[in-house]
Design a binder for this molecule. Structure first.
Ligand code: NAD
Length: 296
């Protein structure tokens, strides 16, 4: 007898069991780089839940031993693509339909990169060539992906497309830099394309706004450790981990969430709805002294 997969295993008190949520579904997962990547966890979960899929990343990433190993473990073909190249994306969709044997049921866009962040340029001294790259890689690639799929009619009816976002699209976070602009654009693309693709093909398109997560992309953000700690303490449920995010992505790919589209869904332990927590208030009050001089 096949044992059911138990997800949410990090939680000591509550366990829940889900099996074969993605049985019979074909997918494409963009952006698994190493075992810290959110896309990596999504690939593992999608495999556990019975899906077949291909993996895609840049040519450099695809040559890395770790990615090759993930492909083997998931029995997934790895298809290199620069997500800013329409030609490369056409190849990913064409080849994925070939090897998986039909139209695609789910797509994960888990791609982000800012040279301004990498080169430590501040928001008031952005390099505009870098900014164009940030927007192209981190947001416009999502439009390109959707337009390619739409024109090739590559996604099945009621298919589900998810891209990963961050709350800096709505609120200012020091250090997140031009990625905030990219995320705002990403979320807007999900709404605009979600309307068209939903109306015509019942394909749903959403973004998941994830907690800070210790990955290669995440750790590049200025002051990332402090940000992660702050948001963990501020969130009533604590930060959502990469594994939590994978659980949620898989749910969004499943038939259980068929009527959700054009949404940006916060998956952040409640962080985005908290203004001031009790703990933060206590800490804040401690930072003041007793005298008027100290309180200036
Ligand atoms: N880590 C966090 O704190 C956090 C929080 C919210 C949202 N996100 C988002 O999650 C997504 C995944 O990031 P992650 O945290 O797993 O980090 P990650 O570094 O593991 O993944 C980023 C991926 O983008 C790929 N990539 C970069 N340029 C590309 C290009 N031109 N073409 C194709 N792929 C390209 C990288 O190779 C890598 O696999 C990103 O959109 C990120 O902004 C991350």
């Amino acid at each position: 007898m096949q044992m059911p997969y138990i997800c949410g295993h990090e939680y000591k008190r509550k366990r829940f069991m889900v099996t074969n949520l993605l049985q019979g579904k074909r997918g494409i997962i963009f952006g698994a780089l190493n075992d810290k990547s959110i896309a990596w966890k999504v690939a593992e979960m999608a495999k556990e839940q019975g899906a077949v899929f291909t993996l895609s990343n840049t040519a450099v990433a695809c040559r890395m031993g770790e990615v090759i190993e993930l492909g083997k473990r998931c029995n997934a073909e790895i298809i290199p693509a620069d997500a800013t190249s329409v030609e490369d994306l056409e190849n990913v969709f064409r080849r994925s339909m070939e090897v998986l044997g039909g139209k695609i049921d789910f797509v994960l866009h888990s791609i982000g990169m800012s040279l301004n962040v990498r080169k430590k340029k501040l928001y008031y001294e952005l390099d505009y060539n870098f900014l164009n790259k940030t927007l192209d890689i981190s947001a416009i690639s999502f439009h390109k992906m959707l337009q390619v799929a739409y024109q090739m009619d590559a996604i099945s009816e009621w298919g589900s497309v998810v891209a990963l976002s961050y709350v800096a699209a709505q609120r200012t976070f020091y250090g997140y830099n031009d990625m905030a602009d990219a995320k705002a654009l990403l979320e807007s693309i999900a709404r605009s394309f979600g309307y068209i693709y939903g109306r015509e093909k019942h394909v749903r398109i959403n973004t998941i706004s994830q907690s800070p997560t210790a990955t290669t992309a995440g750790s590049g953000v200025k002051g990332f450790d402090g940000l992660m700690d702050f948001s963990d303490r501020m969130s009533p449920l604590g930060n959502a981990s990469a594994q939590d995010c994978a659980n949620f992505c898989v749910t969004m790919f499943s038939d259980l969430t068929k009527k959700i589209t054009m949404q940006n869904i916060f998956h952040d332990g409640g962080f985005s709805s908290v203004g001031m927590s009790q703990r933060a208030m206590t800490q804040y009050n401690k930072s003041f002294g007793d005298t008027a001089e100290e309180n200036k």
